[in-house]
Design a protein around this ligand. Structure first.
Ligand SMILES: [Zn+2]
Length: 297
């Protein structure tokens, strides 16, 4: 009986969150260098009230309970990290935010067909018994996971403690279902400041922004999304969202087009090779300017 009740809760969660995200536009609407505008924060607060629909600790416990033997005798084995010299070959890091969601498995299938690796920035609240299988698949197939907060607020609008809670809860749930400790953070909306940087550093997360924005949350047209993604340059980090069907539909085309141009699809960490991504610091790909330097200048 308990299982049935939990099942209903799980079914409702992704739908609820996707509706909330849809209302808020769920867009990383700002260029990586920009701070979020006050109007955006007000709009997001009005349309996407932060609700703690489920306690992260309880969620982790339930997920573990539904996967007997995990963690323990069935550890996930991630393939060894590849050594790709992205200063010599053309690399691009495709990133997918806001999932895992119903379409995520299809994205994983298409990436596998093209021997492509990508990075998925996980919203903690989207993790449920079904989608947690996608997270485990990501790890076992060599993709990278990153933290995208617990329920997608603009972190700049929260207190220090609330930011830390957003990050730690998602770390906890992903660790519970995959055994993986995430090292990357994508702040929702690209909204970050000194407070977010400090908390990201505390949790051990480098902040990963982007230099190619497909605006796929706004323009639900797969050919437009594919074209924008295909404009990537060597060293680019491309922003997409695997909660939109139009984005998922764009994936085969953008993979083919970038492959024809000679690109290798890498994770964010692979893109930076031996360079250690420092917790708290911001990175926006190797194709653009260093945002930290630009900020100081
Ligand atoms: Zn997002």
């Amino acid at each position: 009986m308990a299982v049935v009740r939990i099942g209903v809760l799980w079914l409702s969660l992704p739908l609820t969150l996707s509706m909330v995200l849809g209302l808020s536009g769920c867009g990383e609407v700002r260029a990586p260098a920009g701070e979020i505008h006050k109007d955006d924060v007000v709009r997001v607060r009005k349309t996407a009230p932060v609700r703690r629909a489920v306690d992260p600790e309880q969620l982790a416990a339930r997920l573990i309970a539904q996967q007997p033997g995990w963690p323990g005798d069935r550890p996930l084995v991630a393939p060894r990290r590849r050594s790709i010299r992205c200063k010599q070959v053309k690399c691009v890091a495709l990133t997918f935010d806001d999932g895992p969601f119903d379409y995520t498995g299809k994205v994983l299938d298409m990436l596998a067909e093209h021997h492509a690796k990508a990075t998925f920035f996980v919203v903690g609240q989207m993790v449920n018994p079904q989608t947690s299988l996608f997270l485990r698949r990501m790890v076992s197939e060599g993709h990278e996971l990153g933290n995208h907060s617990w329920d997608h607020p603009p972190l700049t609008s929260l207190s220090h403690d609330a930011v830390r809670g957003q990050l730690e809860h998602t770390q906890q749930v992903v660790k519970a279902v995959t055994g993986a400790t995430m090292r990357l953070l994508r702040p929702p909306y690209g909204a970050t400041d000194a407070k977010v940087a400090e908390e990201a550093e505390h949790v051990g997360l480098a902040q990963i922004l982007w230099d190619v924005d497909t605006l796929d949350w706004r323009d639900r047209d797969s050919s437009v999304v594919a074209r924008r993604a295909s404009d990537a340059r060597p060293g680019s980090i491309v922003l997409m969202h695997d909660i939109h069907k139009s984005t998922v539909d764009a994936v085969p085309r953008l993979l083919s087009e970038l492959q024809v141009k000679g690109y290798t699809f890498v994770t964010v960490s692979e893109l930076y090779g031996t360079q250690v991504l420092a917790p708290g610091k911001r990175y926006a790909g190797e194709a653009g300017e260093d945002e930290n330097d630009k900020k100081r200048s």
